[in-house]
Design a protein around this ligand. Structure first.
Ligand SMILES: [Zn+2]
Length: 195
């Protein structure tokens, strides 16, 4: 498989890996945010923070696992959208749009999770508003997913992102089939000998 092949599509295996990877990122994100905030605000070590968040996942008064599953929603949408895109668009197009969508989710989800942590476990906890904030972050970061997706789609439509395929003039995109001279008959650019 040539990684420089610009027109390559995502293989079935790569699509599978993308879906599993996205779900993994979605499950890990709340954990990583929670642990990072705990370490910074409470000044505890990584392992103490790690054990604490694991215990909170299933403790009846926390049940963070339920919130994590709820927050998986935008990641599921991202995986589904990329999977649909993979049948018509090239691999690199899929990667760029996917990445923009992922940044779209995380750019809102991370600050909202930090804010929710403050509400639930910070200096003056008000657990109900923190809970609402987390639920709302799943919905609103689906909206920012679409914003990122749109920006990614726009990037992949630029001319520099889509160079003409071999056999076409690299300057103007003119079809060079049957051309025997060493210049493009459309724009006069010297044709590379490798074409
Ligand atoms: Zn040309």
């Amino acid at each position: 498989m040539n990684s420089f092949n610009l027109s390559a599509r995502l293989s079935a295996k790569q699509r599978m890996r993308m879906i599993v990877g996205t779900i993994a990122i979605g499950l890990m994100a709340p954990l990583v945010i929670h642990i990072t905030v705990q370490i910074n605000v409470k000044g505890i070590t990584f392992w103490v923070a790690f054990a604490d968040v694991l215990q909170k996942q299933f403790a009846p008064q926390h049940m963070l696992i339920m919130l994590s599953l709820f927050c998986l929603f935008p990641f599921g949408v991202l995986a589904k959208m990329t999977f649909s895109l993979a049948s018509t668009r090239t691999r690199r197009t899929c990667y760029v749009i996917y990445l923009c969508g992922l940044i779209g989710i995380l750019s809102l989800m991370i600050p909202m999770h930090v804010a929710a942590w403050n509400q639930m476990y910070g200096l003056s906890p008000k657990s109900f508003s923190g809970l609402l904030l987390l639920m709302y972050s799943a919905i609103s970061s689906t909206a920012t997913l679409f914003v990122g997706w749109l920006i990614g789609s726009m990037i992949t439509r630029f001319k520099w992102f889509n160079p003409p395929p071999l056999g076409y003039c690299q300057t103007c995109g003119y079809d060079l089939t049957g051309n025997v001279s060493d210049t493009c008959s459309e724009c006069g650019t010297t044709i590379c000998s490798s074409v």
